[in-house]
Design a protein around this ligand. Sequence first.
Ligand SMILES: [Fe+2]
Ligand SMILES: [Fe+2]
Length: 398
Amino acid sequence: MLKKINVRDARLGMFITEICGNWMDHPFWKKEFELDKQKDLDTLQLCGIEEVWIDTIKGLDVERHPPVAAKEENISPETVVSEKKADQHIPVQEEVQRAQKVHFKAKRTTAFMFKEARMGNALQTGEAVELVDDITQSVARHPGALLNFARLKNKDDYTYQHSVAVSALMIALGRQMGIEGDMLRSLGIAGLLHDVGKMMIPEDVLNKPGRLTDEEFEIVKTHSLLGWKILKESHDVDATVLDVCMHHHERVDGMGYPDRLSGAALTLPARMAAVCDIYDALTSDRSNRRGMPPSEAIRKMAEWQGGHLDQTVFHAFVKTVGIYPTGTLVKLKSGRLGVVADQAPKSLLTPIVKVFFSTRINEPIFPELIDLSKVPDSIASVEDPADWKLDLKTMAGI
Ligand SMILES: [Fe+2]
Ligand SMILES: [Fe+2]
């Protein structure tokens, strides 16, 4: 539907069909375009134009529910989500389609860059920068949409898809920790390129079904240094990206590889990468095992913090993805089965769940979004989709 709006109400994700006024009064040369860059939004709002036409079918509408100032209530610190970012999200359903496009482009671009690396060519990081900006915008609009796609992987393309997922997780975690600007972009690029050294590992070792021998594991471990060498020879790769590539398998107790770093020598980006890398690896299906449900991975990682993972970073990570991350299959006390569709702004324990099945009558029910912070129902258990013969891919469209 076409709608004329004041430029003050313009926001990223809208589809502009016409800018009102003389074309010489503004710098936009295209008549119709998606408003997907912050600098374009800033220009639009500052160039003196007052009104634009938008198409609400092709893009977002004006904000219908302006965020209301959150009230402080007695909620324990560990369940409070950082409100600074959480309150600014659009509903996840509005971001799903765009996130899918970003994810598709990200997989394709990453596969191309990694194949160039395999052939011994220096990486052209310009494409990575552009891609990371797209990922950052999607995550800023709603982190759950892209992270949900990023968990779904084909076994064949694992390394590329894992790289995209770690990039999105690094950006979401960075935002949660108050990091922005160039540093946030570096974290995203670091996530995307951290495993580029795997391109130099023989495929029969990298994709071996079953357990690696000690000798094979030593070969895989060289990917940190091999990746660092590839990036060192490429243009415009900053120190953070190099550091994360070399040190994303270090542990806070000094038992990681390749340098057994600990204490101050282990930088914040490397600590962040370790958390994001492990979470994505645990929740992904591999050739030799099925991925864990996200909430199970969080529970497992909680046992490792202190020795393996940085505690502060891990706590920020849990606030980022939730105790019941989006996409988790849960059974409610009412007997209804549903998928976590979104995180609640205030409590990690009461997410928004899309219910679709009643275990009491053993039949599907009309799908419905339920905000557990507002109804007298709660999560009874986390369920394995395989036990219910459910396909997570069909659930990604929440
Ligand atoms: Fe790695
Ligand atoms: Fe990795």
